[in-house]
Design a protein around this ligand. Structure first.
Ligand SMILES: Cc1cc2nc3c(=O)[nH]c(=O)nc-3n(C[C@H](O)[C@H](O)[C@H](O)COP(=O)(O)OP(=O)(O)OC[C@H]3O[C@@H](n4cnc5c(N)ncnc54)[C@H](O)[C@@H]3O)c2cc1C
Length: 282
């Protein structure tokens, strides 16, 4: 028998999760299109009424994005500049209607290689909080998604929030995505970059992630190290496609693999260049 339940609180939800096999429903903007015209053959647990999963809250050492926080809520919340990349990603997710409905947690749990939220959260060293009747565990986002539509979430767990550590959130971040048109488009590549520039004009710290060019978005740790200490101009000149060999883009109807790689390099260079206009030298 297929069922639809809408628990009133989180304890009820995790108790239900321990008793049966459920599909978790948040905004439904990934789930409903994936079902299409087919017969529904799963039982759904709809989180919509669980008030304490809503909103973004500040804590001593981290920011918490509740599981029901929508892209629109994120855009409207005043947050430190480190979140700018995530906000820029939010503004380009689907359309206003999708942003009003869809959740950030749904985006990462769906684990599409083209999920726009993932690189922007990776550069913030975000972690994912998973809850079940057995307790709570935190998993780094980079370890949470393990493949195309695959995560380490256990069948009885609900993602209750995303946590973003407060370290380095004062440095600015940018997000750039390339699709075949501006809106309502699946990315061919996307870049999230967080950098801080020293008083002498050199790059002090950097975090760089690329999405849609591998099964799971990737942090480019080696390239981050290589450009640290360079000026913005030097870094832009230095970057070569060879630094992106860690990526494994595919050829599909949206773009050939080689094009995705070249486009990623150019987007990284443009993202770095955009820091020339950001006045935050330390
Ligand atoms: C027209 C359109 C345009 C779109 N454009 C974009 C775009 O530009 N960029 C982009 O990245 N995405 C886009 N999407 C995809 C989608 O809107 C996002 O991925 C969205 O953030 C998903 O959130 P949701 O709340 O709707 O997830 P849902 O559809 O409710 O759930 C998605 C998945 O996550 C799981 N899940 C949800 N919440 C939890 C939880 N708390 N714990 C455990 N598992 C959970 C669900 O079981 C499901 O597997 C688009 C979708 C549509 C229909």
């Amino acid at each position: 028998m297929r069922m639809y339940v809408r628990p009133k609180n989180f304890d009820e939800a995790i108790a239900l999760m321990s008793q049966d096999t459920w599909r978790i429903l948040a905004g439904g903007t990934d789930i409903y299109p994936s079902i299409g015209e087919r017969h529904i053959n799963a039982s759904f647990i709809d989180l919509a009424d669980i008030c304490n999963l809503k909103g973004i809250t500040e804590h001593d050492s981290f920011w918490k994005i509740g599981a029901l926080t929508t892209w629109t809520e994120l855009i409207k919340t005043k947050l430190p500049p480190g979140f700018n990349a995530l906000k820029q990603a939010a503004i380009e997710i689907g359309s206003i209607q999708i942003q009003n409905r869809a959740t950030i947690v749904g985006n990462i749990c769906n684990a599409s290689p083209a999920a726009d939220g993932v690189p922007a959260l990776m550069i913030l060293n975000a972690s994912v909080e998973l809850a079940s009747v057995n307790g709570i565990r935190d998993v780094a986002l980079k370890d949470f998604i393990i493949g195309n539509r695959e995560t380490v979430r256990k069948q009885d767990e609900i993602v209750s929030s995303i946590k973003v550590p407060k370290t380095d959130l004062e440095s600015f971040s940018v997000f750039r995505k390339l699709g075949i048109r501006k809106y309502l488009v699946i990315s061919m590549t996307m870049i999230a970059l967080r950098m801080s520039i020293g008083r002498n004009g050199t790059i002090k710290r950097t975090a760089l992630a690329v999405g849609a060019c591998s099964a799971v978005a990737k942090r480019l740790f080696e390239l981050e190290k290589l450009i640290t200490g360079k000026t913005i101009r030097e870094a832009i000149k230095f970057i070569d496609e060879v630094h992106l060999d860690i990526l494994t883009p595919i050829t599909d109807l949206r773009a050939p693999a080689a094009y995705r790689k070249t486009a990623s390099k150019i987007l990284i260079q443009r993202s770095i260049a955009s820091f020339e206009n950001i006045d935050e030298a330390e």
